[in-house]
Write a protein that binds this ligand. Structure first.
Ligand SMILES: *Cc1c(COP(=O)(O)O)cnc(C)c1O
Length: 429
């Protein structure tokens, strides 16, 4: 049989690092990545036919679990009708309507093929609409790998950031300000000094790229207030949280806590494609009309709104908009993190957890972190040992402590119980 190790060696000969997206290489946790051969429901199987309970779900999209019958049927039907036309289809309208129906801040959307593309395009549109260059992002938030967004905080307060990747010229990120997540004071100082030059602020309101960290209500309230006051656009990056933490995304969670709250633009991906390459960005009609062919901001894509991807997304949205879907998913997710927390208590290991809808995080720490530095101060060695302990016992968690996890509708009580039992063994072992 082909083993993971053999595949990894072969892969490394022809693909840089053996993977097509870095985190898959297990660099953070060490060891050999598992090459996945098939998936069904809540499970994935590797090249050695070992089964794992899957808490990655393709990093979020597989909210129904793998191979949901209704989604499979829709995709098979779409395939027979053609793979791609490069011309508009009715399904693109249906998907746009389905997204808009759930997210009141969005009046129009444009479909693209990846979250990176959506975030990059939203940024260009925000700059085009405002006629300003500066953008604000927060340390620990990930918005795809566009040049202007691959930036880490500079040394001083509100200085411009430094590129986090080679190949990104300093001039390209000279307009990107990187601030500390949840730091209201720094936000106020930055806007006081340069608010009228800021095109937009991009935020993961429930950040899933530094494990799981919520923006505080005072922070989001202040952000909304300052953006409105200074004419900057507030962009919610909901690539991970959209249709995942709730039908209306993270913004609907904050709208319940902050009366009348709405971002100006939103970016989607992951769940809206149901596992196919599909993403979107949207906002008010006023903002979106600045896009080509109506307006001066250019954006395009050969495979944008792909007919198979939109069929997959639509079939997925049809299932998750059924009454009670999120209540059931949230209950499973809570049970999952409770199991991890209880295992921690029983093993005498401090673990804190949080979750919203079908997204969760856990930390080897005594209190939940509020920003990137606090996340990085949690026990990484312990996480890495735990990760491998769980993997050995057939539970597939994200292979890095700075990634969120995902529960699907296909996870059963037995899966959650098995996960807790594995966690207890892994922590004691
Ligand atoms: C995954 C992700 C992206 C990038 O999406 P890709 O489809 O991987 O390009 C952007 N923003 C957030 C919040 C994400 O989680």
């Amino acid at each position: 049989m082909t083993t993971n190790e053999q595949l990894f060696a072969r892969a490394q000969a022809v693909i840089p690092g053996g993977v097509n997206s870095p985190v898959r290489a297990f660099r953070a946790v060490g060891g050999t990545p598992r090459f996945i051969s098939r998936a069904h429901g809540a499970y994935i199987w590797d090249a050695e036919d070992k089964r794992y309970i899957d808490y990655i779900g393709s990093w979020g999209p597989m909210i129904l679990g793998h191979g949901h019958p209704a989604v499979l049927e829709a995709v098979q039907k779409a395939l027979l009708e053609g793979f791609s036309y490069g011309a508009p289809t009715a399904r693109e309208i249906e998907l746009a309507e389905a997204i808009i129906a759930q997210v009141p801040s969005v009046e129009q959307v444009r479909l693209v093929s990846s979250g990176t593309e959506a975030g990059m395009s939203a940024l260009r549109l925000a700059r085009g609409v405002t006629g300003r260059s500066k953008i604000v992002k927060f340390e620990g938030c990930y918005h795809g790998h566009a040049d202007a967004l691959l930036v880490k905080a500079g040394s001083g307060l509100a200085t411009f950031g430094h590129p986090t990747s080679a190949g990104v010229p300093a001039e390209v990120v000279q307009h990107t300000l990187v601030l500390e997540y949840n730091n209201v004071e720094q936000l106020e100082e930055t806007f006081a000094a340069q608010g009228d030059e800021i095109a937009c602020v991009m935020l993961e309101a429930i950040a899933g790229n530094m494990n799981f960290v919520r923006a505080s209500v005072p922070f989001v309230t202040k952000l909304r207030e300052l953006c409105s006051k200074h004419g900057a656009l507030l962009i919610f990056d909901e690539v991970m949280t959209g249709f995942r933490v709730a039908l209306g995304g993270a913004q609907s969670v904050y709208a319940k806590l902050i009366p009348g709250f709405k971002p100006d633009m939103s970016v989607f991906g992951k769940v809206i494609g149901g596992g196919m390459p599909l993403a979107a960005f949207g906002g008010s009609r006023e903002v979106m009309k600045q896009l080509a062919p109506l307006g001066p901001v250019y954006q395009a894509g050969t495979l944008s709104g792909n007919p198979v991807a939109t069929a997959c997304g639509l079939a997925t949205l049809a299932e998750i908009t059924k009454p009670g879907f999120y209540e059931a998913l949230a209950a499973k997710t809570q049970k999952m993190v409770q199991g991890i927390a209880e295992a921690g208590r029983e093993a005498g290991v401090p673990i804190v957890t949080d979750c919203e809808g079908g997204m969760f995080g856990f930390f080897f720490a005594n209190a939940l972190p509020h920003n990137y530095n606090e996340v990085m101060a949690t026990d990484k060695e312990r996480f890495n040992r735990f990760f491998h302990g769980m993997l050995d016992r057939g539970v597939y968690l994200a292979p890095a402590m700075y990634e969120a996890g995902f529960v699907s509708a296909a996870h059963t009580d037995a899966d959650l119980a098995a996960t807790k039992a594995a966690a207890l063994e892994a922590l004691r072992g």
